[in-house]
Design a protein around this ligand. Sequence first.
Ligand code: TRP
Ligand code: ZN
Length: 472
Amino acid sequence: MDPKVRYVLMFLIALCWLTVGQPATVAARAATIPPIAGEDGLGDPLYPQLGNGGYDVQHYTIELAVDVARNTITGTTTITALATAPLVNFHLDLSGLTVDAITVNDAAATFTRAADELIITPTVALAFEQPFTVTVAYGGVPAPISDAGVPFEGVGWLSYGEKGTYVASEPSGAMSWYPVNNHPLDKATYTFRITAPKPYVVAANGLLIDTIQQGTRRTYVWEARDPMASYLATVNIAKFTVVRTKGPDGLPMLNFFPTALSSHLTRSFAPTTDMIAYYSELIGPFPFESYGAIVMDAPFGGALETQTRPVFGRTATMETIIAHELAHQWFGNSISLASWQDIWLNEGFATYFHHLWTEHTKGPAVFKATMRGMYTTMRARQLSPPGAPAIDGLFDSAIYVRGAWTLHALRLEVGDELFFEIIRTYYARFQGGNATTADFIAVAEEVSGQTLDDFFQAWLYAETVPPMPAPE
Ligand code: TRP
Ligand code: ZN
C-alpha cells in the first residue's frame, strides 16, 4: 500500500477509536494519537531505500562554500516540508560527509546515521499535516556513489581536479552532496547559494538571481521554481564563459562553456532554439522558465538532462545528444517517474524524440532508415523487454532502443494523428507531476479508442522482439 494512504488509514482508525473511547475536541484527539517512526524508503522495487516516508518536501535551500581544488563543501541545507503522518522521527537520505548539527523548527534535534539514512528526532513530535523546517549543517569531501543502475564508476558530486566540479546524479547521487528525500516521487523547488573562489563560475538549475562579490570569492544565487526530482539538481563549478541567448518567446537561455571551446560550442548548440520550438509544437509548451547547456572540460563521454540546464561531456555535444537531453525536459523532468522500473518512459521517449528531430531536419527517408537500422540491431541482439528491467539493466540499450521502438510501433499501429494526440494528452495530463507505464497505456487506449493490452504486453514485457509492424 502507498505509505501515504497507509498513514491516513492509521490516522482514521486511531481517530475512530478515540471518538468511541472518550469525548474530547477533534484537535485534542488528534494530539493524542501516538506518533510513529518515519519510514526509511518509499517502496521503490529497485531502490527500496531511496526516499523516505512520512513527509513531503516543498523546498530545498542549499547553501555551500566550495573549495574547488580540495573538493570540499561546507554549509547548510534547509528543507521545508509537510508531515504526512504524526512523526516521532523521520529520515533523510545522505551518504558520507560529516553532519555537525540539525535543527527542526529552530530547535536542536538529535540524529543518528545508518548507511545512507540520516534519522532525525525532533524534541517535539510532528503532528499530521504540520509544516516544518529542518536545517542540516554539514561538510566534507563528497564521495561519488556507486550505483548498480549505472555502468560507470560513480554518480553524484564529482571533481575533475583544479578544473572544476560537476553533479550528475541519476539515479541515486543527490545524497552525495545534500540531505534529501531522494526519490522522484517527492519533487520540490530549490534555491542554491553557492560560494566559490574567483575566477570560478557556478552554474545550476533555473534562473541566476544574484551574484554577490565577497573579496576573493563570489556567491551565486540560483532559483529553480518548478518542482524538480532530486537527481536533476546540479551545481557545476569551472572557469566557464557564460553565453546568454534568447529561445522561442523570449525564453532566457544561459549556456556555460569552457572558455577555450566557447565559440565552437556556441555554434554546436545554435539549433537548440529551433528544437525547443519544434518540441513545443509536438508535445506542449516548454515546461520551464529557462534553459541552456553546461559543457565540462572533462573526460566524460555522456550527458545528463539536469533540469533546465543539462550537463554534457566535452565529447558528447552531437546534435542528436543535444536533442535527446532537451526532449527529457518534457519526458523525465516535467513528467517524472513514479518508479525507477518505468525508466523507458524517460529514455525510450527521449530517444524516439531525438530521432523525430532527425525526421524533421533530414526528412522521412533518413528517419525510416534509422528506425529500420535500430530494428535490425534490436532483432539481432534480441534486446530484452524495456518495461520492467532489473537494476543492472536500467540504462541498457534495450531501454533506449526497444523503448523508442515501442513508441514507433504505436505510431504505426494507430497512425500519426492519433499517435501525436496520445503524446499531447499524456503530457497535458501528467506535466509537473509523476506518471507510470499504466498511466501512459491508459491514455493511449482512451485517445485511440482501441484496446492496446496485447500491443504493450508484446513490446514492453514479452521476451521476444515483436515482428516488424507493417509500414503505414
Ligand atoms: N539519463 C542519461 C541520458 O540522457 C543517462 C544517465 C543515467 C547518466 N545516469 C547518468 C548520464 C549519470 C550521466 C550521469 O541518457
Ligand atoms: Zn536519456
